[in-house]
Design a protein around this ligand. Structure first.
Ligand code: HEC
Length: 136
């Protein structure tokens, strides 16, 4: 087997372990959203394997598509919609980007903590928000 192939496999294994280790530290969230979490972890593993070599954190757009679009695409339950200034501006004015980031991490009303993405890092959540408010 070629060295490059081995490196690819190694990267995928490390990525999957990293995803699982992060998830362990969020035991409470994982318990609460179990069905969603299970589906999500399977997706993350597939993504880690597919993206091996490309490596690193998920982009804001990837996180959005994976974990936020379900609500923020159509504005489910009053969620501010993707790149709609009228939805986002009042929130940014009131709390700033850091404030809405904290609310996304901790949850606010019908918005679950981290959008129920148990294995998204703080920075990945931030990247997803930056993607949602892009151009505003
Ligand atoms: C289950 C539906 C749902 C999912 C999934 C979801 N959100 Fe939300 N989100 C909401 C709702 C509803 C609100 C409005 C909450 C309110 O202000 O009452 C909201 C509000 C927010 C806000 C504004 C917070 C503020 O302080 O005004 C941010 C930022 C945010 N979501 C980020 C995200 C990110 C990032 C993701 C994906 C990782 C995500 N959301 C996934 C439903 C969701």
């Amino acid at each position: 087997m070629k060295l490059k192939t081995w490196l690819g496999i190694l990267t995928a294994v490390v990525a999957v372990f990293t995803v699982q280790a992060q998830d362990m530290s969020d035991e409470a969230i994982k318990e609460r959203i179990k069905p969603l979490g299970t589906v999500h972890i399977a997706g993350a593993e597939a993504q880690a394997a597919a993206g091996a070599g490309a490596g690193g954190a998920k982009s804001g757009e990837d996180v959005y598509n994976q974990a936020c679009m379900a609500c923020h695409g159509a504005g489910v339950l009053g969620a501010p919609k993707l790149q709609v200034a009228a939805d986002w501006q009042p929130r940014i004015d009131a709390r700033g980007l850091d404030g809405i980031w904290q609310n996304a991490l901790n949850g606010i009303n019908a918005m679950p903590p981290r959008g129920a993405c148990g294995n998204c890092s703080d920075d990945e959540i931030k990247a997803a928000i930056e993607y949602m408010v892009e151009g505003i």
